[in-house]
Design a protein around this ligand. Structure first.
Ligand code: 5AD
Ligand code: SF4
Length: 461
């Protein structure tokens, strides 16, 4: 199956965008688009691309849904909590539709692709004009035109089984949120089937952009003055667009001038020594590794289908720290996976004490429809999951404080985000004494450390 959307298709969408723009011009309208994004960076970037297409159609961006002529809701399905929030927020748009019959509301992103959601919207959310699965984002102009011309509701959702879908559309102009920070997708989808995770079902099969396309995009961004570029993928280590991910990263870090290159997310089973060596050798690559471990218990790791053990994980961390002693290491943990005993949980606590991550993203296990873990009979009661979550968070708080403390009295290179805030190479927030323009680098002397940020004096702007 061809995964690349043919050029003729993207050209067609651009032509349709031209027709819409022309219609607005004839009607003397200056239409506005509002986007609301839930979920991960991948989704943030998808929104940037959909906004880019909306701009081609003649829309201008607004921060206020009440003024909008087009509302894009880009949804996340990773945990039930995100879904509930999405539906309650989307409910507020009903009123807007009553006030403005011309308003177009699109329901996009991961939830759109989830089993049963399109049906639910059909039944209970009549003011939503179209449900757009992630494979159809590039068809935004056509979708908008259809709604305008017919006022018929549309459901562009892939019905192929499991992850047997997924395309790549190149040449979609992104309306980037920032002038110095950029996301670049290198691959989409996931084939890992961790037993708790809905991603393979909603994002489809793993597929990689071509090496040349990624490199050209990064080069252009660097030339345009971008200073903080993140290569994105659900599992960047299995990048297969012509070279290994390590070589891709190396190439992307090789352009002139000072800039930062990051990547998200790595699966521990595929995080290679080659990748760690490239990180160690290259000044433009941030010395930050996000390596989600999920659990410290081998039994739970196996039940999650993670395909590494506590020991092999620890070996990777040891290699990384040997190569880059000051590396910033962050991770994800799930509390209360089905069948997780107190002993398993203790194993996670001990792993955290042993590794001493700079930061942890801790999640309460949330059963997702269609995943095998959700069907297990040994679900943990919510109160117990919460207790574990709180215990873990308290343990990590002390470790983060200690890890942040190691910077006190030292000089760190920071990238300003404006308003007296900046980011260290490891991604830690730094409150600075002077205001320096967003997107510029400076040397900062760290004067204090807190769990959530550092404080610093700018010594060399
Ligand atoms: N419940 C809780 N957390 C989850 N994650 C993924 N699926 C679930 C789920 N069903 C977490 C994992 C992953 C992060 C992005 O979200 O820790 O690394
Ligand atoms: Fe959420 Fe995963 Fe979709 Fe990102 S890819 S928006 S985390 S479900």
């Amino acid at each position: 199956m061809e995964i690349f959307v043919p050029k003729t298709e993207t050209e067609k969408q651009k032509a349709v965008a031209g027709e819409i723009r022309e219609r607005f011009r004839r009607e003397n309208r200056r239409p506005l688009v509002f986007a609301r994004t839930y979920g991960c960076q991948q989704n943030e970037h998808d929104t940037e691309k959909m906004l880019g297409l909306a701009l081609m159609c003649g829309y201008e961006k607004t921060g206020d849904p009440a003024n909008a002529d087009l509302i894009i809701v880009n949804t996340c399905a990773i945990r039930e909590h995100a879904e509930k929030r999405t539906f309650s927020c989307t409910g507020a748009y009903k009123k807007l539709k009553e006030q403005n019959r011309e308003l177009i509301i699109l329901f996009c992103g991961c939830m759109a692709q989830e089993t049963g959601i399109a049906e639910k919207i059909k039944r209970s959310y009549p003011y939503i004009d179209a449900v757009v699965g992630t494979d159809s984002n590039h068809r935004l102009p056509e979708i908008i035109q259809n709604v305008m011309q017919t006022r018929k509701r549309a459901y562009l959702v892939n019905s192929l089984p499991h992850s047997d879908f997924g395309v790549i559309a190149e040449d979609i102009p992104a309306l980037r949120e920032s002038e110095y920070k950029a996301w670049v997708s290198v691959m989409y989808g996931c084939n890992n089937y961790c037993t708790y995770c809905i991603v393979p079902y909603v994002r489809g099969r793993e597929r990689s952009r071509r090496y040349e396309d990624v490199v050209a995009e990064v080069k252009q961004l660097v030339e345009n003055g971008y200073k903080d570029i993140t290569l994105l993928g659900q599992n960047v280590n299995s990048y297969s667009g012509g070279v290994s991910f390590a070589r891709l990263l190396e190439k992307c870090a090789s352009f002139g001038g000072e800039y930062r290159l990051r990547f998200m997310t790595s699966h521990p089973k595929d995080a290679s020594n080659e990748l760690m060596d490239v990180m160690a050798a290259n000044p433009n690559i941030c010395k930050h590794f996000h390596l989600p471990v999920q659990s410290g218990s081998d039994k739970v790791l196996e039940a999650m289908n993670r395909r590494y053990t506590r020991n092999t994980y620890l070996e990777k961390v040891a290699y990384l720290r040997e190569k880059i002693p000051d590396v910033t290491l962050t991770s994800d943990i799930i509390c209360g996976f089905p069948g997780e005993t107190e002993e398993d949980f203790e194993q996670t606590l001990s792993l955290i004490s042993q590794v001493r991550f700079d930061m942890l993203y801790t999640f309460i296990y949330s059963p997702r429809p269609g995943t095998s873990a959700a069907a297990r009979g040994d679900q943990i009661p919510y109160e117990e999951k919460l207790r574990r979550f709180e215990k873990l968070s308290a343990l990590q708080l002390g470790i983060t404080l200690e890890r942040n403390g190691r910077h006190t009295g030292k000089v760190l290179r920071v990238l300003s985000e404006g308003k007296k805030t900046a980011r260290s190479e490891g991604g830690t927030l730094v409150a600075t004494d002077t205001d320096i323009p967003a997107g510029t680098f400076a040397d900062a002397y760290i004067t204090a450390a807190h769990p959530a940020n550092l404080e610093a004096k700018i010594i060399r702007p």
